[in-house]
Design a protein around this ligand. Structure first.
Ligand code: ADP
Ligand code: MG
Length: 399
């Protein structure tokens, strides 16, 4: 689960992180009063969407010369004018895709005098099997580009889970970031509290880009992007409350109610598969035959008829879906349950696109009989290769 920057900063502040004062608003009328609570004279108006690259982003409706999604303002009037221009408009950044995201919330923050912009993140490093810091002197910009062009400017530092962040780790980070003065002294403490926040709240990513050194020599967390491990959310009701469903895909929210592993994608072939590995293979083979999957969907091992029905409805409700491929290998999952779920769903919502079904495994004959006797217009397939070719051809023929 992702949260907004202002929420992430509030969480980090609980652990003692140095963040600026700020106020979140949802309407332009609140802008002046919000900024009035801050020290000034420099304010920053920041779009709150679940995507990075806001500073360099552009508002769709405002044309190319309009300023980005993070704006400096030098008076309360300027804050208000920017808020009015930004709220309710669609911000397009490198991470939102061309459709962009509507800005429903703004964070009005105290402006900082920036001397240096650095990069710091914490993530689960699968290589070392540890939580690791990734830091670089090249902050404020696209870290992927830094990794590609100047990898020597990035330090990855895995943390021993028993020892936690040691003084020596803190020194290494300060050294890599070329810190001196107060910032150097603050770095070990900041590293410790960020690590505590990461592990204590079961985060899967904590990215501070930029971490800044201010003109007065102190460190400040200027941007914060945090993701949490969904499997651990039950331990953190305070975090679960921060969820903003308007930032998420409606189909994914529906799928999560039924405990389905579903990810919406950009293609036009809807897939219903059991098992994550088989789902990945199904997506790959669709691509191999020149088409694109509309989703990843793993109905899981012991799915009920209701779950399968819900899954099928989510797929058919997607207007991008021009054909559906059901690919089931019945091990724990029984083919007849899948067949019953599909038939029930079609009875409810109808079927307007070609459907290819490949069933194999437990109760396959019963499953095939259920589908054949349902009167559904189904294209049967023998194996995965055959199924993928048939659905790609059927979608092409219908187009
Ligand atoms: P994003 O990464 O989505 O573009 P950031 O929060 O990193 O958003 O902001 C982009 C840039 O705006 C920063 O790199 C920094 O230069 C500037 N900025 C952001 N917040 C402040 C602030 N409180 N004071 C001064 N400058 C800021
Ligand atoms: Mg940033």
């Amino acid at each position: 689960m992702n949260i907004h920057e202002y929420q992430a900063k509030a969480v980090l502040k609980e652990f003692g992180a140095p963040v600026a004062a700020g106020v979140m608003i949802t309407s332009p009328e609140e802008a002046k009063a919000a900024a009035g609570k801050l020290p000034g004279p420099l304010y920053v108006v920041k779009s709150q969407i679940h995507a990075g690259g806001r500073g360099k982003g552009r508002f769709k409706e405002l044309g190319d010369d309009a300023k980005g999604g993070v704006r400096l303002a030098k008076s309360l009037e300027e804050v208000a004018a920017n808020a009015a221009e930004m709220l309710g408009h669609t911000l397009v950044t490198k991470q939102t895709g061309p459709a962009g995201k509507v800005v429903n919330r703004l964070y009005i923050e105290d402006g900082a005098d920036i001397a240096r912009e650095l990069y710091l993140s914490l993530l689960v490093d699968r290589g070392s099997g540890r939580v690791a810091f990734v830091v670089s002197t090249e902050g404020g910009m696209d870290i992927e580009a830094v990794a590609e062009e100047t990898p020597e400017k990035i330090l990855t530092l895995p943390i021993d889970p028993l020892a936690g962040v040691t003084e020596a780790d803190g020194e290494k980070l300060a050294e890599a970031l070329k810190l001196d003065g107060p910032a150097r002294e603050e770095m070990p403490g900041l590293a410790k509290l960020l690590y505590e926040a990461f592990t204590g709240k079961d985060m899967s990513l904590l990215e501070v880009n930029p971490l800044i050194v201010m003109e007065d020599g102190h460190l400040r967390v200027l941007d914060a992007k945090v993701s949490f491990d969904n499997n651990a959310l039950f331990r953190h009701p305070d975090i679960a409350e921060l969820r903003d469903e308007s930032e998420e895909d409606a189909k994914e929210i529906e799928a999560s109610k039924y405990d389905l592993s579903y990810v919406a994608l950009d293609g036009n072939i809807g897939c219903m598969v059991n098992g994550a590995g088989l789902a990945m293979a199904t997506m790959d083979i669709i691509k191999l035959y020149g088409a694109e999957p509309a989703n990843f969907l793993d109905v899981g091992g012991g799915a009920s008829k209701e779950k399968v029905t819900a899954a099928f409805k989510i797929i058919t409700a997607d207007p991008n879906v021009k054909g559906i491929l059901i690919n089931i290998f019945g091990g724990i999952m029984r083919c007849d349950v899948i067949a019953e779920g599909v038939v029930a769903a079609v009875k409810e919502v109808g079927l307007k696109v070609p459907l290819v079904v490949r069933l194999e495994g437990t109760n396959v004959e019963i499953g095939k009989t259920i589908i054949n006797e349902s009167g559904l217009n189904v294209i049967a397939a023998d194996d995965l290769d055959d199924a993928a070719q048939k659905i790609v051809a059927a979608v092409a023929a219908a187009a």
